[in-house]
Design a binder for this molecule. Structure first.
Ligand code: BES
Ligand code: MN
Ligand code: ZN
Length: 509
């Protein structure tokens, strides 16, 4: 999808579809209170075209509610689509992001390949550039369908999305924000594309190749290592997951080193779980829903998407990304419950921690343990990891919030600020010594599961044992990485969660 910004008036714009937003301004409650939809544009021609239908009371401007008028009077557009934002008092830049996605997703099945979206005016606290950025992100996110492998739906994409801003707008500010939004939206879709790939097409090796291709395109340094390097680095935890598969593991390392960054300044370490298929290993999963475990590399994909955006947005901070890719399979060489593995030493002068394997299906924390240690050895001063780590996080938070954990409030505060920009929903979950008790091993230093209760927190504490006191955020996206039901503004399938927030967190340094 091509994205453009225009400053031409709405009345004269020739397009298949002109989308405008409306909010419900009714504040009273009770049976007498009638919805009062108001268009969020100053354009008199658009207001006139929609006046009668808005007055009819048929359209209430509820969130993502839609109204489609053909041949609207007084406009050059062939169709006028009004998208609701819900109550005006609650309408935010995030509602606009979704509304832009909703408009695009309305166009797609109608075979409409080009549309114009009128930049709405929100309250005075929300500058137009923030809205412009969100709108283009939402449009790109909305355009995505997981149809790579469907022959008949493939070319249904919208070809051109034009954001129409008022002639009086601050053009430079808007253009810069619009370009940022396009980068972020495209990077989120890049991650979604990877997550959608099935396990037979996207092995660890192929994920490594896709990362290298992306790195080449956007000018990032990239190394992809395999078995030999894992042994050399003594990554016993990571290797133990891949040892039961015919597919070799991939240790993907990306570096963003801007000329302007201070050499003694921070170096952010992004670590992603890249399990290209998770059978559970010898502790094999039940058949029901096992096909979903192709998305067990969504954390790794989020880091690759974030690095793509970072390379293009060029913040003044060094960023290192490590994706630990492996296939968790149960063959004759697979690790077994009861096995003891030695993780990578956190520092060269320290012994690697020993891990008692209780359940081979708790593999994500094993690959991440070595990924976090490696990031530390390469000099990361702040760490963030993303992983489809536990079913427990989905039980706790549903497909509404993803889980976040942090060992440092100041680092987490930056992430919370980033969420205000990204609009992604993360909920902070607890760490604590009591959870660490649950993963103490009688045989080794730590065991890889802590029982049924508090499963997301014991998994996080496992990772904490490797991040130690380095400021660290852990994102458990298991419940949110795959959307089961299509929403008006986003297709079912891979969500690309994490990309937008991680990018903003990085930009805060
Ligand atoms: N990849 C799964 C977690 C997962 C579950 C992701 C559902 C997406 C949807 C992870 O490797 C796993 O199997 N976790 C186990 C841990 C348990 C054995 C301690 C789980 O959550 O059941
Ligand atoms: Mn597993
Ligand atoms: Zn897994």
């Amino acid at each position: 999808m091509r994205t453009e910004l225009s400053f031409a008036g709405l009345a004269g714009v020739e397009t298949e579809l002109l989308a405008v937003l409306a909010a419900d301004t009714q504040t009273a409650k009770g049976p007498e209170a009638k919805p009062a939809p108001v268009l969020l544009t100053d354009d008199e021609a658009v207001k006139a075209a929609a006046a009668a239908v808005l007055a009819s009371g048929e359209f209430k401007a509820g969130a993502n509610e839609m109204l489609l008028l053909h041949a609207p009077a007084g406009l050059k557009a062939k169709r006028l689509l009004v998208v609701g934002l819900g109550k005006q008092a609650k309408a935010t830049v995030h509602s606009v992001r979704n509304a832009a996605g909703t408009a695009v997703r309305q166009a797609k099945p109608r075979g409409i390949r080009e549309l114009v979206f009128a930049l709405p005016q929100l309250g005075s606290e929300t500058p137009p550039r923030t809205v412009a950025r969100a709108a283009v992100e939402g449009a790109l996110v909305g355009d995505f369908d997981a149809d790579t492998y469907r022959s008949e739906r493939k070319d249904q994409s919208v070809q051109r999305f034009t954001l129409a801003a008022p002639e009086t707008a601050d053009r430079n500010a808007l253009e810069a924000a619009f370009a940022e939004g396009a980068i972020v939206g495209e990077s989120q879709n890049f991650a979604r594309e990877l997550v959608n790939e099935p396990g037979n097409k996207l092995t660890p090796t192929v994920l490594g190749r896709r990362a290298a291709e992306m790195a080449q395109q956007v000018g990032l340094a990239c190394e992809v290592h395999s078995t030999e390097k894992l042994h050399e680095l003594k990554m016993g935890a990571f290797w133990s997951v891949s040892q039961g598969s015919e597919e070799p593991p991939a240790l993907i390392v990306l570096r963003y080193e801007p000329a302007g960054a201070q050499k003694d300044g921070p170096m952010l370490g992004l670590v992603g779980k890249g399990i290209t298929f998770d059978t559970g290993g010898i502790s094999i999963k039940p058949a029901d829903n096992m096909e979903k475990m192709k998305y067990d590399m969504a954390g790794g994909a989020a880091m690759l998407g974030a690095m793509r955006a970072i390379a293009l947005l060029k913040p003044d901070v060094r960023v290192l990304a490590i994706v630990c890719a492996a296939e968790n399979m149960p063959d004759g060489k697979a690790q077994k419950p009861g096995d003891v593995q030695t993780a990578m030493p956190i520092a060269p002068d320290r012994p690697g921690k020993t891990i008692e394997i209780i359940n081979t299906d708790a593999e994500g924390r094993l690959v991440l343990a070595d990924g976090l240690s490696y990031a530390r050895q390469l000099g990361a001063t702040q760490l963030i990891d993303a992983a489809t780590l536990t079913g427990a996080i989905g039980v706790a938070l549903g497909q509404v919030n993803a889980g976040a954990f942090a060992n440092d409030d100041a680092t987490y505060a930056r992430f919370e600020t980033a969420l205000k920009v990204s609009g992604e929903k993360f909920w902070r979950m607890p760490l604590g010594e009591e959870y660490t008790e649950q993963i103490k091993s009688d045989i080794g230093d730590i065991k890889n599961t802590g029982g049924r209760y508090g499963g997301a927190s014991t998994a996080a504490e496992f990772l904490h044992a490797f991040a130690e006191d380095v400021p660290w955020i852990h994102l458990d996206i298991a419940g949110m990485a795959w959307i089961d039901e299509t929403r008006p503004y986003i297709a079912k399938g891979p969500s690309g969660i994490g990309v937008r927030s991680i990018v903003e967190w990085v930009r805060s340094y």
